[in-house]
Design a protein around this ligand. Structure first.
Ligand SMILES: NC(=O)c1ccc[n+]([C@@H]2O[C@H](COP(=O)([O-])OP(=O)(O)OC[C@H]3O[C@@H](n4cnc5c(N)ncnc54)[C@H](OP(=O)(O)O)[C@@H]3O)[C@@H](O)[C@H]2O)c1
Length: 233
């Protein structure tokens, strides 16, 4: 597809991978709106990148509905939704609280569903669209302490398969991206320190991969791909 002039909505665009994708789409000439809960972070990123912003929690139905409605009212259509907002909480099973699982699912699963549903209603009206779900390699393989996060990304992968099957007959490309470890605020927000390294992935590599996947002619699409650091060791 042609990214110049494309209308793109990116959830969780104030930081990390979402911010990187916003910057990469702006560089291609797309009109971008980012979302997030923290207004200061949104305003700062929006002013840095020259994009629009909407303060909204993807996990609150009324806010998800409002986000897409305002976007379509402003731009007349929606060409790309990047379902990127997400976070992790990590604990061994025997120490886990139900509320942690519920909180992670509220954003990573229910939020992704709400945003996808609202965008898909418009995609079907238009008979076109692109839905990019940012999952994780944790959505391919579980591990110790990752009950909430991994299972939320497994759920996102499952939903993506359903939406892909439903929407491709409406010319909608539904793609899943599974980044390996990326240097962002994710770890700090989950309460642990991330080792920085010149060899680890930056948001930019994920953004470049997303741009490349979008740029192929709309008659084709890449259903799912992972992005790994070549040599992070
Ligand atoms: N970093 C990694 O190693 C890695 C690897 C694989 C996949 N991922 C995935 O990549 C995505 C982005 O993560 P990141 O690493 O870029 O983390 P990040 O730097 O912490 O950014 C997360 C973004 O999501 C927003 N957000 C969180 N909860 C939200 C909600 N309920 N509603 C709206 N916005 C919300 C945050 O803003 P507010 O807090 O202001 O709302 C922020 O803009 C996530 O889905 C994550 O699971 C990350």
């Amino acid at each position: 597809m042609q990214l110049a002039g494309a209308k793109a909505l990116i959830t969780g665009g104030s930081s990390g991978i979402g911010r990187g994708i916003a910057a990469a789409l702006v560089a291609q000439g797309s009109d971008v709106v980012i979302t997030g809960r923290n207004r200061q972070a949104l305003e700062a990123t929006a002013s840095d990148l020259g994009v629009g912003w909407t303060q909204a929690d993807v996990g609150v139905e009324a806010e998800a509905v409002r986000t897409v409605a305002e976007f379509v009212e402003r731009h007349g259509r929606i060409d790309i939704l990047v379902n990127n907002a997400g976070f992790g909480r990590f604990a061994p099973l025997v120490e886990m609280e139900l509320r942690d699982l519920e909180a992670v699912y509220r954003t990573n699963v229910f939020g992704a569903f709400l945003m996808a549903r609202e965008a898909a209603r418009q995609f079907v009206r238009q008979q076109s669209g692109n839905l990019i779900n940012i999952s994780s390699t944790s959505g391919l393989k579980g591990g110790s302490g990752s009950t909430a996060y991994s299972s939320s990304k497994f759920a996102l992968r499952g939903m993506t398969e359903c939406w892909r099957d439903e929407l491709r007959r409406h010319n909608v490309r539904v793609m899943l991206v599974n980044p390996s470890e990326v240097m962002t605020e994710f770890a700090a927000n989950a309460g642990f320190e991330q080792q920085r390294s010149d060899k680890k992935l930056r948001a930019r590599e994920i953004a470049d991969a997303v741009v490349g996947a979008l740029q192929i002619d709309s008659r084709g699409f890449i259903p799912e791909f992972a992005v790994f650091a070549t040599n992070p060791f």
